[in-house]
Design a protein around this ligand. Structure first.
Ligand code: ZN
Length: 437
């Protein structure tokens, strides 16, 4: 079954499909694999960067490591046709497996991990966790692996730390070593366990040349609340936007719109660690694709500049709803709430790329899509986060607006959003993909 049409499906269908997408996507590599699977099913053609591309109209995608770019070129596209880009990211704060990962003491098997990005460490305690990511063999072939429930960061009993409720302190090296079994670490090999969980093919652990493996929560996403208004899940930052963009692009791809821009979903990796990588937003990935698509339409260098000037990027990333227990941490006048609509993120110092023209375009889009939105701006004494928006705008000069689904508990192992908002992002994105700026 292809993903339901973004605008046509209900908010409940959409949130259930988001839950299925998150469950299939414990790592960035899984997130792009599952996205590619859905795009294949919808008739998109996967392209190889090392091969020549035919160019012209059609629906395509490209995977580079943990990132994916997918796009639809309309039949009547020409060398100056603009790109309407929905930007998101596939990674989330977590822990990444170190070299020599098999450790342990006192009869416990443990794993050596590095902190990836900025997780709320306490939220990862006392959960059934899995290892997931890619194994790269000595011959260069890659396999995805996901262990299912296997690990836990066990919390210290309160009897052994009576002051814990006055301020939990977690040392990232001493205290964040998950357990995954009982035995002698000298007798086992965690890489062999990872190899045994590669689906479908036998993998010789001695032939593993490298790995990018992170920890992910295994608890299934859930709708809850007095009236089913809440949605709890890992990786809502930022699979809520990647999934919405995917649903919107698949829905868009099946509708022929004349005069439409080239619709693009850009799902980058490594946003949580600064985006400086070949699959991150600071790298050349998006530009590489846009240049090749524009070459395929016969654009000269100056026609490509015209196309970029006619382009627009909606940078969609999860943002903060107001927390009822910490209202002083938020701006006194702007209080976004769950299910109150999508965020329009504004920052005077361009931590978000939104400017007046971008805000006006967003207001127009949301009005036409009949989707509410709410402004987010930081309290002046709180440092503001950032997104791929300013990076994309800076690299390509494309006008960009920063938006997203409001959350509580951002960077927790299990974040919280409203059931209505992700569907709204898909709906407005579907309209964006066919809107001439
Ligand atoms: Zn994010």
């Amino acid at each position: 079954m292809p993903s339901p049409s973004a605008a046509a499906s209900s908010a409940v269908d959409h949130i259930q499909d988001l839950g299925a997408y998150v469950s299939a996507s414990p790592s960035s590599f899984h997130a792009v694999h599952e996205a590619a699977r859905r795009l294949d099913e919808a008739g998109f053609t996967g392209l190889d960067e090392r091969e020549p591309w035919a160019g012209g109209a059609g629906s395509f995608y490209l995977v580079r490591d943990g990132a994916l770019i997918a796009w639809v070129v309309p039949e009547d596209a020409g060398p100056t046709t603009g790109f309407n880009i929905l930007g998101s990211h596939t990674d989330s704060p977590s822990f990444k497996l170190k070299p020599k990962p098999t450790t342990g003491a006192f009869g416990w098997l443990q794993a050596g991990v590095e902190v990836y990005g900025g997780p709320l460490l306490n939220s990862w305690l006392d959960r059934e966790l899995q290892l997931a990511g890619r194994l790269v063999m000595l011959d260069g072939t890659e396999h995805l692996t996901a262990t299912g429930p296997m690990l836990r960061f066990p919390q210290l009993a309160i009897h052994l730390d009576r002051a814990v409720n006055d301020g939990l302190t977690l040392d990232k090296q001493r205290h964040m070593n998950p357990v995954w079994g009982l035995g002698n670490p000298a007798d086992v090999d965690l890489l062999a366990v990872l190899a045994s969980h590669v689906p479908g093919v036998p993998v010789d652990p001695a032939r593993i040349g490298g790995y990018d493996v992170v920890i992910a929560d295994t608890q299934a996403p859930a709708v809850f609340g007095a009236n089913g208004e809440f949605f709890a899940s890992g990786r809502l930052d930022n699979l809520s936007a990647t999934h919405a963009g995917l649903a919107a692009l698949i829905a868009h791809g099946s509708s022929a719109v004349s005069g439409a821009p080239i619709a693009v979903l850009a799902a980058f990796d490594h946003e949580e660690i600064g985006s400086n990588s070949r699959s991150g937003a600071c790298g050349p990935l998006l530009e590489d694709v846009l240049v090749r698509v524009s070459d395929g339409l016969g654009a000269s260098v100056s026609q490509r500049r015209q196309a970029l000037a006619a382009s627009f990027c909606v940078s969609a990333d999860a943002g903060h709803a107001v927390h009822p227990n910490y209202p002083e941490r938020h701006d006194p006048a702007n209080h976004p709430v769950l299910n109150g609509g999508l965020l329009l993120k504004i920052n005077a110092n361009q931590r978000y790329a939104t400017d007046a023209a971008g805000a006006a375009f967003w207001a127009r889009l949301c009005g036409e899509a009949k989707v509410p939105y709410q402004e987010f701006v930081s309290n002046n004494v709180m440092p503001c986060g950032s997104t791929i928006g300013p990076l994309t705008a800076t690299r390509l000069g494309i006008r960009t607006v920063d938006v997203g689904v409001p959350l509580l508990s951002m960077h927790s192992a299990r974040e919280l959003c409203g059931v209505a908002d992700p569907h709204r992002l898909a709906t407005v994105t579907e309209l964006f993909f066919r809107t001439v700026v």
